[in-house]
Design a protein around this ligand. Structure first.
Ligand SMILES: Cc1cc2nc3c(=O)[nH]c(=O)nc-3n(C[C@H](O)[C@H](O)[C@H](O)COP(=O)(O)O)c2cc1C
Length: 349
């Protein structure tokens, strides 16, 4: 297939992903309902003193939440990226652009990514490419948005459900190693809603990766999205494939403290964010929930969602007796039900 046709297919796919995402049911069980945090009757704190600031990639951010990779590459997705960038700038939250593969050959697609840096001039902007990309592509993606880091995404189940998807997955770890050893910015290896196991994270740790985004199951479901696009070859079998976010977080947190964990996959509210932080996530990330609010209810609603999350996180921190983000890490939590069974079944038999 020659390059222009492939670019056209990719652009059509970008818009279709958004449409199919909006039509999808999206949320399943991300595991956080099986994580229990308890009331502290003597928090010994004043609400106005609660601080949610933290650092990420050695920079101060307002709150441990990132707007995760979604899109780019077409006029429609330019508008989406513009609005997400305004949100990230206004709230001083890191933002990752969607996969920039489309902009590698198609120069017209570049603006839809660059707009994010044009708007968010001084905040954290993160590039995104497949973990199979070349060093040259990664460098160009970073330069395109003057990125502070690059996400290399892993999405094998999704590729297998796409008629036009990749079928070759050998040598990916070696490629990540090669890229990370040469890159001038930190590399974040990222799942896309299927979750990362302890074993995967350990392999990444062994090659020196110190940022992972666990991208667990329980939010955006790319199998459902690809099923809606691909009527001929159904992938129903994989509809429930993946590691729930809370389980993935427990597994990956078994690694050393030097592994920075971004907890994502079905994050929709303050409770899930607070639980993630108690369980050892460094920060959390949100894609589907903010995108859905933005597209269904408009920019102001998306802004209100973030304000609400921010306020409710502070309320929960007060009720847990945690005056700052660091203190959340020593708040006890309990596991119950399926999550406890799965976690103990794997690690404590
Ligand atoms: C419409 C849409 C497009 C996405 N495109 C990308 C992408 O290009 N690259 C990537 O790494 N992740 C992509 N993602 C995955 C998200 O970054 C995230 O890993 C996943 O949606 C799980 O988070 P969520 O449940 O908060 O949506 C996309 C998500 C959505 C909803």
């Amino acid at each position: 297939m020659d390059r222009p046709i492939r670019d056209e297919i990719r652009a059509k796919r970008k818009d279709e992903h958004i449409q199919c995402f909006l039509a999808s049911n999206s949320f399943s069980n991300n595991g956080f309902k099986d994580v229990v945090i308890q009331n502290n009757s003597l928090p010994e704190l004043n609400f106005n003193d609660i601080s949610v600031e933290c650092t990420f990639l050695d920079r101060e951010i307002l709150f441990p939440l990132m707007i995760n990779a979604v899109t780019g590459g077409t006029p429609y997705t330019y508008e989406i990226n513009k609005n997400l960038a305004i949100l990230s700038d206004k709230f001083n939250l890191p933002i990752a652009v969607g996969s920039q593969t489309i902009a590698m050959q198609n120069h017209e697609a570049v603006e839809s990514f660059r707009i994010v840096r044009d708007i968010n001039k001084s905040g954290i902007v993160i590039s995104n490419l497949s973990a199979q990309c070349s060093y040259d592509e990664a460098e160009r993606a970073i330069n395109m948005v003057n990125a502070d880091a690059i996400q290399l995404h892993l999405n094998v189940p999704q590729e297998m459900c796409m008629q036009e998807g990749d079928r070759s997955f050998k040598g990916v770890l070696k490629n990540i190693n090669l890229l990370a050893s040469r890159m001038k910015v930190p590399v974040i290896v990222k799942e896309t809603g299927f979750g990362m196991s302890y074993e995967t994270a350990k392999k990444l740790e062994n090659i020196g990766i110190s940022y992972i985004d666990i991208g667990g199951k329980g939010g955006t479901n790319f199998i459902e999205i690809e099923n809606a696009r691909n009527q001929e070859q159904s992938c129903e079998l994989l509809s429930n494939w993946g590691i729930p976010t809370a389980l993935s977080l427990l597994e990956c947190r078994r690694l050393g403290k030097s592994m920075n964990i971004i907890c994502s996959g079905g994050i929709t509210n303050a409770e899930e964010i607070v639980k993630s932080l108690c369980m050892g996530a460094n920060i959390t990330a949100i894609s589907g929930a903010i995108l859905r609010t933005l597209l269904n209810n408009g920019y102001e609603a998306a802004e209100n969602l973030l304000k609400q999350i921010l306020h409710q996180t502070k309320v929960l921190m007060l009720l847990l007796g945690a005056g700052d983000i660091q203190s959340l890490k020593s708040v006890p939590y309990l596991l119950k039900g399926e999550l406890r069974e799965l976690y103990l079944g794997k690690f404590e038999v």
